[in-house]
Design a protein around this ligand. Sequence first.
Ligand SMILES: [Zn+2]
Length: 248
Amino acid sequence: MEKVSEAATGAGFRPRVLGHVPADSGSIPILSLSRKIPGRAPRILIAAGIHGDEPAGPHAVLALLEQFAKGWESLHRLQVEIVPLINPSGFDRRERHNVAGTDPNRTFGSPAPPPEIRLLMDDYRRRPIDLFIDLHEDVDTPGFYLYELAPDLPSAFGPHIISALRAAGHPINLSPVIEGMAAVDGLILRTSRNVPRYFRQGAPQGLYMKRLGTRRTLTFESPPRLPLPDRVAMQLLALQTVVDLYTR
Ligand SMILES: [Zn+2]
């Protein structure tokens, strides 16, 4: 976490500690990084590490921060917020759930969320987020795929992301059904006409952001069976493609 703070400061981000959560190693801070630019640029939020056994997201965030000063020109034009590691107690244990055995990504909007999610919910409500990107991995997938909540199919970013990854030689999950949902060429798309119903006990973060008014949310899923550097490269290329499209 010190490495992330250091890289963030070097990249011009302001680190904030939203609060502390319990873990095996004691109490761990939940960090939020922000980089403000003058004017009314849209605000992007990048979140990683909500599932502790999906390390490519947090590693991609660290790589992004380390590269930020010398690249990522399109991202420089946005207000950027990053939550580099949502579930540090799960990350320590290399487990999906947090130290209390809860899957934090099913608790957004619930009346009694776990402490890491309570801190984020309180923080997110304070300003609108225009674009939300959630970095995940999926042990079952042979290749990259993603979820997107977009206004409609013609404006979806997903097909462009898949093209970019395919062109770079990364494998894509081509199954017509992924996680029980219809998928086309690695994309599970939801538009305003088929937003999934909100769970009473709490929702994944993408759905919660949608409920708060975020117009576009994307969730990337990389395959843990490949080496970590390849998965980090997939996450970064997908992110770069989205930001380039969004600022074009
Ligand atoms: Zn996940």
